[in-house]
Design a protein. Sequence first.
Length: 136
Amino acid sequence: MILSRTSQYAIQALTYLAAQTRGEPTLNREIADNLHVPSAYLAKILRSLCQTNLLYSKRGRLGGFTLREGAERMSLMDIVLLVEGERVNRECLLGLKECGDAQACPMHRRWKPVKKQMMSFMRQMILNDLVKAVKS
């Protein structure tokens, strides 16, 4: 499990939003420009995060995206699971469809402990930790 581009952008956008003044909407274009990511792709990701109840979106002249209460306390693993789904736990490093303990790819046995450690780290790291690191 290496993070997909979608998960990377989601975490970056949520970190950016968490660092903003609470309750003030931020436009997709501003987030995309500051993170140097494609605006249209980011808009899809942000809409998806609204559907998972991590963000509010508001249309109109004073619209934009804001974090929902408590979102800054979510772990990075929770965010990745919301974006990617449970397939993150089953995905093969080499991208093979059949890979597991019973039918392992050439990397499986060496990758499994690394993946376990990485997932543990992501469960411990919360969004607010990233915001503090960015601000310091």
